[in-house]
Design a protein around this ligand. Structure first.
Ligand SMILES: [Zn+2]
Length: 453
């Protein structure tokens, strides 16, 4: 066992609440002791204010490479579907080394912004011709390498994609890199599981892409692959998808999944934007997590998640950066709340007598961990030492203590007050920058011109 290291903080958000003058002792990547109200030793560094790292439950890392490239108006008007065509053209060129370079940069940005684990919803599996690589999980291995380089914890959400639309429509040529048979997917899932073996804290989930891309029969086969893995699916992101689901399956995606797929605490329904009031209640009662991706949902014009009613019914949610148009945990948290405020013309509706920032942070912390199938114990003895340190002197949080620190970070910072991040006890961000940012950004700049040409 390695010699424990100690970190002293002016304040820390512990599972039981805020404490002042906290020393966390770390050994072998875990928190081995937590001591509150303890003075700083002479010469001991003051690391500021500690909060637990968040889970980013929904990312398509490669899309970071095309962020900002779909912001020009097209001739027929733009929506999610026209954005998707731009995305398909971009991904057509990607080789495993490109995916690794883009994902590593995305993961660096996640760590710098307060995420210490990513749920990578991975569907770009095959070569540009649609033929599986010799090692079927070669693209997954590129994701694993990117996680290793950056130090972020990885939940690989292995995606099954078979059809272009409801009614088992054949896939389009632009989707050929995603497509697997059930047998091919079982092989991919096994090989991807093997690829994760050397990566600390990694786990794997099953991700039927959507009810557009997976038939009910295929879904029931996929559920036989594991009785414990997290289950993630895109659902009800678009009105057109909801209407097609009603036409083909006789119910909207959320309604159909709850009635037919045994949705429970293992599930994450990503987006779940368009729900009827009864679906809101049913999803909340199912104990599944709604995977909210407010920046992407705003960028794509998806719609507004009914957060007030859903949280009022006891619903669980976590945060995702999805298309990675902009990677920032505080912006995602603020985005959930501001959409409600603009829509309902009221303030602080999600908090019910408490701080909005604290309410959102706590919910995202526990919901994100649940959705990725990991313990969400925060800064506690036995937990992975995934610690985010805020600069107590930052102008957005100075002179604040307790929940207003989170409100300052989430609502009032122009730049992030995050100074340091430890992931499994290793300091991966210092002075606000990831320790490998320079090399990873240099490689990213090198590969991008070819992908843009
Ligand atoms: Zn997505």
């Amino acid at each position: 066992m390695a010699e424990p290291i100690s970190l002293w903080f002016e304040a820390a958000l512990l599972p039981e609440g805020w404490s002042n003058h906290v020393r966390l002792s770390l050994a072998d990547g875990l928190i081995c002791a937590v001591k509150s109200s303890t003075p700083r030793a002479p010469g001991e560094p003051n690391h500021g204010i500690a909060i637990p790292g968040l889970c980013n439950l929904h990312s398509h890392a490669f899309q970071r490479g095309m962020a900002g490239l779909a912001e020009t108006s097209g001739p027929g008007g733009d929506d999610f579907w026209s954005w998707r065509e731009v995305m398909y053209r971009f991904l057509d060129r990607l080789q495993p080394e490109d995916v690794q370079a883009i994902a590593a940069l995305a993961y660096v940005e996640m760590l710098e912004s307060g995420f210490t684990r990513v749920g990578e919803f991975h569907y770009l599996h095959h070569g540009p011709d649609g033929i599986p690589y010799d090692g079927r999980a070669q693209m997954a291995e590129a994701i694993v390498e990117a996680a290793q380089e950056s130090g972020i914890a990885l939940t690989l959400l292995c995606c099954f994609y078979a059809h272009s639309d409801f009614g088992a429509q054949p896939p389009k040529p632009s989707q050929r890199r995603f497509i697997n048979s059930l047998d091919g997917f079982a092989e991919l899932f096994a090989q991807s599981s093997s690829a994760l073996r050397g990566l600390a804290d990694a786990n794997i989930g099953i991700a039927p892409h959507s009810l557009r891309a997976v038939t009910p029969e295929e879904l029931s086969q996929l559920l036989l692959l594991s009785s414990t893995a997290p289950l993630h699916i895109h659902a009800a992101e678009q009105i057109r998808e909801v209407e097609a689901s009603r036409a083909y399956l006789g119910a909207s995606p959320v309604h159909w999944l709850i009635d037919h797929a045994g949705v429970d605490g293992r599930w994450c329904l990503v987006h779940a934007t368009h729900m009827t009031p009864s679906e809101v209640i049913a999803l909340a009662r199912s104990k599944a997590v709604a995977g909210l991706c407010p920046q992407t949902e705003a960028n794509l014009g998806d719609g507004i998640f009914p957060a007030r009613d859903y949280l009022g019914a006891g619903g669980r949610f976590g945060l995702g950066t999805d298309s990675n148009i902009l990677i920032d945990a505080a912006t995602e948290l603020r985005g959930i709340d501001y959409a409600q405020r603009l829509n309902l013309r009221r303030r602080n509706m999600l908090a019910q007598g408490a701080s909005s920032g604290r309410t959102l942070f706590d919910a995202a912390l526990t919901g994100g961990a649940q959705a990725l199938g990991v313990p969400g114990s925060g800064l506690a003895v036995g937990a992975s030492a995934d610690i985010v340190a805020l600069d107590a002197a930052d102008v957005a949080i100075t002179a604040r203590r307790g929940d207003p620190v989170l409100d300052g970070w989430i609502y009032a910072g122009r730049s992030t007050p995050i100074r340091s991040v430890w992931r499994r006890g290793r300091r991966v961000v210092t002075k606000g920058r990831h320790v490998a940012r320079t090399q990873i950004a240099r490689r990213y700049r090198k590969i991008l011109p070819r992908l843009m040409s």
